[in-house]
Write a protein that binds this ligand. Sequence first.
Ligand code: CDP
Length: 223
Amino acid sequence: MSPSSAAPVITIDGPTASGKGTIAGRVAGRLGWAVLDSGALYRLTALGVLRSGCGADDVDGVAGVAARLDVVFQGERILLGGEDVAGAIREEHIGNLASRIAAYPPVRAALLQRQRDFRRHPGLVADGRDMGTVVFPDAPLKIFLVADVEARAERRYKQLKGKGFSVNLSDLLEDMRIRDQRDRDRASAPLVPAEDAVMIDSSALSIEQTVEAVLDLWSKKVF
Ligand code: CDP
């Protein structure tokens, strides 16, 4: 696809539980665009690894699981081999395993085209860690969404409690610190803002205020 005919993409990258998914979904809803939750693909791969019995340290085996993922995104439902796993992939142990296998370059390579295939008219909002740096480097608007680790842990705690999972705030905070560190330090597609990304700190902003900030930046690009 030539750049002139490519659908526009707004990328929203940032550390764990910074609110990327919620903001991406709402911005996409307001614009009538498609949405890509790239983290779900890493989480699905992690779930696939556990179910296949492949060892988490077997890099080629894990990349094979990523390449063969039989997944369908259907609104709120995420079907893996026909089974709805939208709830199962949100568990913390799946997020932690996703973060480990996301450091393997062959796994990232196996998921690259699948992510790019989400791009369609009239536009796409994509959230993750490397949307602006690797997957959609030509995106016209790149956001790097940050928030204090304590604010993020509180949000994740409420989100998981709301889904009926049993969680402990201090364990969550510790897991998040480890996960952020691993995402930042990995050699392949580390969590860093793209050079042309706009930083938004949502620690003291409501969801609506953050959504408005993104839409405001987009309207300045377009008009
Ligand atoms: O919900 P949370 O922000 O914790 O994570 P997620 O976006 O669902 O992603 C799960 C894990 O996948 C992250 O901890 C990252 O290590 C990895 N990931 C990645 O490496 N690249 C992406 N584009 C998205 C997620």
